[in-house]
Ligand binder design. Structure first.
Ligand SMILES: *[C@@H]1O[C@H](CO)[C@@H](O)[C@H](O)[C@H]1NC(C)=O
Ligand SMILES: *[C@@H]1O[C@H](CO)[C@@H](O)[C@H](O)[C@H]1NC(C)=O
Ligand SMILES: *[C@@H]1O[C@H](CO)[C@@H](O)[C@H](O)[C@H]1NC(C)=O
Ligand SMILES: *[C@@H]1O[C@H](CO)[C@@H](O)[C@H](O)[C@H]1NC(C)=O
Ligand SMILES: *[C@@H]1O[C@H](CO)[C@@H](O)[C@H](O)[C@H]1NC(C)=O
Ligand SMILES: *[C@@H]1O[C@H](CO)[C@@H](O)[C@H](O)[C@H]1NC(C)=O
Ligand SMILES: *[C@@H]1O[C@H](CO)[C@@H](O)[C@H](O)[C@H]1NC(C)=O
Ligand SMILES: *[C@@H]1O[C@H](CO)[C@@H](O)[C@H](O)[C@H]1NC(C)=O
Ligand SMILES: *[C@@H]1O[C@H](CO)[C@@H](O)[C@H](O)[C@H]1NC(C)=O
Ligand SMILES: *[C@@H]1O[C@H](CO)[C@@H](O)[C@H](O)[C@H]1NC(C)=O
Length: 882
């Protein structure tokens, strides 16, 4: 029913922060381990590795394997870690002689095409703390000897083909912090994991486990993520779940779970994401579930009213395919933050309340297949972010408000099977999907040339009349259904539509096309007109698309800001007065603090230089404000980032502003844009930045003139600049700083076309002790996939965005769909011609060609779906600078 729920089940769910830190520390230690001399007595270990065929045969066993990238040794030269990801190993795990590695602490062979089963011998690795063999083709049962690995803290065997039952002995692994066995063929019961009190992640999703959930799971006091989705689990949800006080993410979707949803779950303080879709749950939904940010209970047998208490934190709510009754008045007057709302296929009654207009964040509203009546409230037009509106299959009457067509982001409207009357306004042509079928609509269709972008149009079963020639202006139509109306005139000649796959136009009162003199002429003039205006629809379409892209770029950011607003409201309610940034500055209300600048500048100087922020000095408008160019009397130029007046009065924006000041004042790096100061003034807040002559990387590579100036070497260097800056933020700052919104828009270029990381409005200090969970911020197309469902911010999110930026920089455009198809093995055979920006001549210098290839290979590793497998920025920066 609902796309996001299935992704949260099928995508790999990984990476507790602490593990990440551990990995980083490990990497750090490995890199510090300087060339230990080769110890003859350890030759055995090396031989064991080569024997697996996992190393090329030409590797000389007596080479110092401790210096191999994949091997880490202790001071004595004994192997303590083996790490591969995304290598093509094609060996059998059984051919690795585990007895040769008595000191091994870390074995990581992910996504390497390794086959066979895990040998019992694995129990010999008694010092192992991390065992990760995910994404291979391993089969067979899980060996009981895994339980001998009592030091194990992390076990990840997800995405293989393991079968049989889960060994109960696994419950002896009492130090385990995460356990991933997702996406296998495991059957039987879930062991009573209750003794594993350190476990934070338990993911058994997408298997064939087929018993009820053991009550003991409620004893896992550290558990933060519990995913049993997509199994054959039955029985009730244990009441003991109410004891999982650290739980943030719960997925029991796609099982056969029955009974009511325990109310205690709604009281769990940290719980944010609950997915119970496709089960047999009954009873009502407690109003306290409004505390969650994500709730999917679709396809159950839940009943009662839909109501959530204030404050309601829901962002995404799917109640579709249940037996809910009543109206949505309580929902719409309490849940302002909702972005996605689906209550389709229930038994809702009454009219759509006027308060629907307060859910201003909505992008999807689906109330189809209920028993709603009344007319469409005009407040629907407050929903400026709405992209999809589905109210089909109800008993809604009255006219279709014209203003729905003028919503900024609207693309998809389904009002079919209602009692709507009146005309179809030509403005609806700007949408891409329109289903108004089975209503009582009348009048003609009069879409206008150059403003009709419809791909799907269904007007069947209405009372519409008149000629249908205006449909010929809808050049993008793929499916058109106008059956069962009273249209008159000539039928449509389908050969005049270039993209049309489906055309239903009978019965109407249409006459067959008679190729008479006059109609031929009509068509000809129509064609010639088309040819004349042939360029403009495309151009307009492009512009519109760009606008839409631009807007979608800001949606996540705006959502983030809404969250901040919410945080602020709570914060105010608690009467907290803590203020990290210079409270006295705010008190006086007119103080400018200029850092790192040898000269005295006052607030007034900037006001004079920009003529009180006159539009003429505006260089661009971003998510948090506009950037102005300020040339001071002494000739120095600065960039001023100023919050829009309206927003400056909103505490949430203030927050992001302070955030940026706080982060930037602590950063000192050549490739991070310099913050010279800031002004906190009661009416006007601004930041004073280093001036960047060439604007953003995005503009540089979008502009066909500038794109040629930014030649291959410059592009490679910009990518290196960004890598160095991020490595500094992640590894040299304590606590590490995650930017969270790396995109080509936020990389600025100076006059020498050097790259600088900017826009820290979304940045976050990574607190190693907190869960780092957050609302998604960032720019669509650059956000790491795992953020969509676990909302845990790690450095690896920036690594992903960096990979996208690098690909975009060498390719000249956003990689788009390529992102999901690229991986280590497909990238091996790629030739540069297919990747590179065609506007630049192919690099003639082979050393440049090599550099670009290296950037490409690193970028591909950075966008791996599994965050754990992405390299760290330190490794990237190092790899790119050698
Ligand atoms: C080699 O390792 C063994 C055992 O770890 C140790 O006793 C021996 O001194 C080492 N030899 C050298 C040359 O480091
Ligand atoms: C391997 O290394 C040893 C000692 O360094 C050397 O004698 C031998 O020739 C090398 N073998 C190959 C195939 O390079
Ligand atoms: C395991 O680690 C301990 C110390 O952490 C060490 O003393 C021991 O030798 C290692 N190896 C084995 C096989 O236990
Ligand atoms: C695992 O431990 C049990 C007893 O604790 C022992 O009998 C068995 O040999 C061990 N297995 C391996 C592979 O080490
Ligand atoms: C697990 O622990 C129990 C007792 O705590 C013990 O009887 C059993 O042998 C252990 N299993 C393994 C495989 O070590
Ligand atoms: C997984 O194992 C089953 C049988 O247990 C087999 O039919 C299937 O082809 C295997 N899948 C893969 C991807 O190896
Ligand atoms: C679970 O599935 C296994 C294998 O399909 C079957 O043998 C077993 O009887 C099932 N157990 C239950 C409780 O349904
Ligand atoms: C929750 O934990 C408390 C204390 O550990 C225990 O007394 C209670 O029975 C538990 N509740 C359930 C439903 O298991
Ligand atoms: C439909 O239009 C095409 C091209 O405009 C024309 O060749 C064809 O004869 C028309 N068909 C009829 C039935 O008029
Ligand atoms: C169909 O159109 C013809 C002429 O355009 C008109 O005479 C006739 O009444 C129409 N029939 C219906 C059912 O509308």
């Amino acid at each position: 029913m609902q796309p996001t729920s299935s992704t949260s089940i099928t995508s790999p769910m990984k990476i507790p922060t602490r593990l990440l830190l551990l990995l980083m520390i490990l990497f750090f230690m490995l890199s510090q381990a300087t060339a230990n001399g080769f110890n003859k007595s350890l030759e055995l270990e090396a031989k064991a590795l080569v024997a697996t065929n996992w190393w090329p045969q030409h590797v000389n066993v007596s080479d110092d394997y401790c210096n191999w990238d994949e091997i880490g040794c202790n001071k004595a030269g004994s192997v303590i870690s083996i790490c591969f990801y995304n290598h093509n190993l094609e060996g059998y795990l059984g051919s690795l002689d585990f007895s040769s590695f008595p000191n091994l602490e870390w074995l990581n062979i992910d996504y390497c095409g390794v086959e066979g089963s895990i040998p019992e011998q694995i129990g010999l690795l008694s010092n192992l703390t991390e065992l990760s063999l995910s994404g291979n083709q391993l089969t067979g049962k899980l060996p009981v000897s895994l339980a001998n690995l009592t030091h194990l803290e992390g076990l990840d065997l997800g995405g293989n083909n393991f079968s049989g039952e889960l060994p109960v002995a696994l419950t002896n692994l009492t130090h385990l912090r995460y356990l991933y066995l997702d996406k296998n063929q495991l059957t039987g019961p879930i062991p009573p994991f209750g003794s594993m009190v350190t476990l934070t992640v338990l993911d058994l999703s997408t298997n064939q486990l087929n018993a009820s959930i053991p009550n003991q799971i409620g004893n896992l006091q550290s558990l933060e993520t519990l995913n049993l989705g997509d199994n054959n689990v039955d029985g009730p949800i244990p009441l003991s779940f109410g004891n999982l006080s650290h739980l943030r993410f719960l997925n029991l979707g796609m099982n056969f779970i029955s009974g009511p949803i325990p109310i205690d779950i709604a009281d769990l303080m940290n719980l944010q994401h609950v997915d119970l879709n496709n089960n047999s749950l009954v009873g009502t939904l407690h109003p306290k579930f409004g505390n969650l940010s994500y709730l999917d209970v679709s396809s159950n047998r839940l009943s009662g009213n839909v109501s959530f208490q204030y404050p309601c934190n829901l962002v995404q709510l799917d109640l579709s395919m249940n037996l809910f009754t009543g109206d949505i008045a309580s929902l719409s007057s309490n849940c302002f933050g909702l972005k996605y709302l689906d209550i389709s296929m229930n038994k809702l009654t009454g009219p759509i309340p006027h308060s629907v207009g307060s859910m201003v964040s909505l992008t999807v509203l689906d109330l189809s297949a209920n028993q709603l009546n009344g007319s469409l409230p005009k407040e629907l037009t407050n929903l400026q972010k709405l992209q999809t509106l589905n109210l089909g299959m109800n008993s809604i009457s009255g006219q279709i408000p014209l203003d729905i067509a003028s919503l900024m982001n609207i693309e998809h409207v389904d009002l079919s099977h209602n009692n709507l009357m009146g005309p179809v306004h030509p403005e609806f042509g700007k949408l891409t999907y329109l289903d108004f079928s089975s209503n009582k609509l009348s009048g003609n269709v009069l879409f206008q040339r150059n403003t009709c972008y419809l791909r799907y149009l269904n007007l069947s079963m209405n009372l519409m009349t008149g000629a249908i020639t205006s449909l010929l202006d809808c050049n993008y139509l793929r499916s058109l259904d106008i059956t069962n109306n009273s249209f008159v005139g000539e039928e449509l000649n389908r050969t005049e539509f270039t993209e049309l796959d489906i055309l239903n136009q009978y019965p109407n009162n249409l006459t067959a096309i008679v190729p008479s003199q006059s109609s031929v002429q009509d068509r000809e003039s129509g064609l010639s007109c088309n040819a004349l205006s042939g360029q403009s629809p495309c151009k307009e379409h492009m512009q519109r698309k760009k606008l839409v892209q631009h807007l979608t770029t800001f949606i996540p950011i705006i959502l983030g800001l809404c969250f901040l607003l919410l945080v602020y409201v709570c914060y105010k309610n608690h009467n907290a007065t803590e203020n990290k940034i210079q409270p006295e500055t705010i008190k006086h209300g007119n103080v400018c603090s200029i850092l790192n600048y040898d000269g005295t500048i006052a607030y007034e100087d900037f006001i004079t230089a920009t003529e009180d922020f006159d539009l003429r000095y505006c260089m661009g408008t971003g998510a948090y404000g506009s950037v102005y160019e300020a040339k001071l009397p002494d000739g120095k130029i600065f960039a001023l980032k100023k919050l829009h007046r309206f927003e400056a009065e909103q505490p949430a924006f203030d927050q992001s502003f302070k955030n940026e000041v706080q982060v930037l004042t602590n950063l000192r790096h050549k490739n991070i844009v310099k913050l010279y100061g800031f002004c906190l003034h009661n009416k006007c807040n601004f930041l004073v930045y280093e001036y960047m002559e060439k604007g953003s990387l995005f503009c540089a590579i979008s502009d066909s003139e500038l794109a040629v100036q930014v030649d291959w070497m410059k592009r490679v260097n910009i990518i290196k600049d960004v890598a160095h800056a991020l490595a500094y933020m992640h590894h040299d700052c304590n606590p590490p700083i995650v930017h969270r919104d790396i995109s080509t828009n936020n990389i600025l270029l100076n006059s020498k076309l050097e790259g600088f990381v900017a826009d820290f409005g979304a940045a976050r200090l990574l607190d190693p002790d907190s869960s780092n969970q957050t609302v998604i911020v960032g720019t669509l197309g650059y956000i790491a996939p795992e953020l969509a469902y676990n909302m845990i911010v790690t450095e690896k999110c920036d690594v992903y965005s960096f990979g996208v930026v690098a690909l975009e920089t060498i390719g000249g455009k956003h990689p788009g769909d390529l992102l999901s198809s690229l991986n280590y093995s497909t990238s091996r055979g790629t030739t540069l011609e297919n990747i590179l920006d065609k506007r630049l001549p192919y690099p003639t210098d082979s050393s440049i060609e090599k550099e670009i290839m290296r950037v490409y290979n690193v970028a591909v590793a950075c966008i791996l779906t599994d965050p754990k497998c992405r390299p760290t920025m330190r490794n990237v920066s190092r790899e790119l600078s050698c």
